[in-house]
Design a binder for this molecule. Structure first.
Ligand code: HEM
Length: 456
């Protein structure tokens, strides 16, 4: 469902669900596509709850309760859901994305430091050169050639994170092994853990099929080799893994053995590329359907950069490009569900929270609530230009102590890649294609996004 006018765009979104929602049916529907299940009333800026087979699920959509879960009482909600932990533990072990308690407290400062914004000048150079390589490849396409933007952006961001995390000397074959291993793993895992709904508070381990084991083995083999190289002092010194190795040597209290290093490296790789690829894909969809916004973006790029390619140093001046990315993240948050498991009883608004229940903040709902946003389905980058959203109404990177560790990296990368490619190419959604958002682990257009590429 989208509406395109000369100077406005109502961006694609599924029609709200109508009719009766049986709870078991809801679970199965959510397993297929989490966006299909919401009724118009679920978008209201208030909390709601349901119970499935006796399990309490609370949907938190009132900003003051979002604050309570993410920040004010975060300790009670620090733990990820059993579905998330079980789905990823085979691959990530005790990696930051799914750890909690002491492990999380120990590792969070380390990982935050590794991807910190102070290192952006170095990581930004990798972003610039990988994007320039893609621009060169695009310049060899026939003008008007059709490509799938989702795959192109996935290749771009995977290359950026693999070179920044593992080092510039990783090699194309190893990069391919990791990238294919991750996408294979994602396809094989289930987003719902039935064990949790039949009485196991921590869910049940997922079935480690031969295919799943093969994907994990591919990824672990490459990362283990890279960690060994860096431990032997032979890796790229600017790589995130190298920083991790040096930090660990300096501070033995971190107690990071080789397996823990692999887990954190795999976490950074996973967290750091799908999300940015989805952001860029949706940004192309929106810009392509809103020429008035594209014009403002191009004017800004020309004013700030002239004819040269944008650099990481230009990013703070690219305000309109930033607003386009922020509005993209509002309409299509790559992580559309932030799930937590309550440790202890609590009260969210007038809902009594039971221990071990699921508490979910759904950026998809929060960002499109008519109570919190003016014309919520409309693409309007301007809403991010001179003001900030009301606190806890906009959480594409989560909020509070568990906020995305790579926020500045991801934002900078999205702005820089978008500006660099938009300066040189006109990207248009292929004729007759209508994007429809679907959600499993990340939010993406069903079937990807076919676009035509024409040099400017
Ligand atoms: C536009 C791009 C990105 C978006 C929208 C995004 C979003 C998020 C969100 C929503 C979370 C929290 C998930 C939850 O609470 O359940 C998260 C966590 C995380 N992200 Fe990002 N992310 C992005 C890019 C990156 C990048 C580039 C990196 C690394 C270089 C990264 C590293 C991480 C890590 C390590 C965590 C776990 C933090 C913790 O649990 O303490 N992210 N991200």
């Amino acid at each position: 469902m989208e509406e395109i006018g000369e100077d406005y765009l109502v961006a694609a979104h599924p029609r709200p669900f109508e009719g009766e929602r049986g709870h078991l049916k809801l679970l199965l529907q959510a397993r297929r596509d989490f966006l299909e299940v919401w009724r118009q009333s679920d978008y209201a800026g208030q909390n709601s709850q349901i119970s499935i087979l006796g399990r309490q699920i609370i949907v938190v959509n009132a900003p003051e309760s979002v604050k309570q879960v993410m920040a004010a009482n975060h300790e009670n909600y620090e733990r990820k859901t059993p579905q998330m932990r079980r789905a990823l533990e085979f691959l990530l072990g005790d990696g930051l994305f799914i750890s909690d308690g002491e492990t999380w407290q120990h590792r969070r400062p380390l990982v935050s430091n590794i991807v910190h914004k102070n290192r952006l000048p170095v990581f930004g150079k990798v972003m610039e050169s990988v994007t320039a390589e893609m621009a060169l490849r695009w310049s060899h396409l026939e003008p008007g050639a059709t490509v799938n933007a989702l795959y192109e952006m996935a290749a771009l961001t995977a290359e950026i994170i693999s070179r920044t995390a593992f080092g510039n000397d990783l090699g194309a074959d190893s990069a391919k092994e990791v990238i294919e291993g991750f996408s294979g793993y994602q396809k094989l895992i289930d987003s719902i853990n039935i064990g949790y709904f039949v009485g196991f508070d921590d869910g049940l381990p997922i079935w480690r099929t031969p295919k799943l084991k093969a994907s994990v083995a591919r990824i672990h083999k490459v990362i283990d080799r890279v960690v060994d190289q860096h431990l032997a002092g032979k890796g790229d010194q600017d790589a995130m893994i190298d920083i991790m190795v040096r930090r660990t040597r300096r501070n033995p209290n971190l107690k990071l053995d080789k397996e823990a290093m692999r887990n954190e490296a795999a976490t950074i790789f996973m967290a750091g590329h799908e999300t940015t690829a989805a952001t860029l894909t949706w940004a192309w969809y929106l810009i392509s359907s809103a020429p008035w916004a594209e014009e403002k973006m191009l004017e800004e790029i020309a004013r700030v950069c002239g004819d040269r390619a944008p650099t990481v140093e230009d990013v703070p001046q690219l305000d309109y490009c930033r607003a386009v990315i922020e509005e993209t993240l509002r309409l299509y948050p790559p992580v559309p569900i932030l799930g937590r498991q309550a440790r202890e009883a609590d009260k969210l608004g007038d809902i009594d929270v039971q221990p071990a229940s699921l508490v979910i903040v759904v950026p998809w709902l929060l960002h499109r609530s008519p109570d919190l946003w003016e014309e919520p389905n409309r693409f309007m980058p301007e809403r991010f230009l001179d003001r900030r959203p009301t606190p806890y109404t906009y959480v594409p990177f989560a909020a509070g102590p568990r906020i995305c560790a790579g926020l500045q990296f991801g934002l900078t990368e999205s702005i820089l890649c978008l500006a660099t490619l938009a300066q040189r190419f006109k990207v248009r959604v292929a004729d007759g294609f209508h994007a429809s958002p679907v959600c499993r682990l990340t939010l993406r257009p069903a079937g990807g996004l076919p676009v035509t590429i024409t040099p400017r």
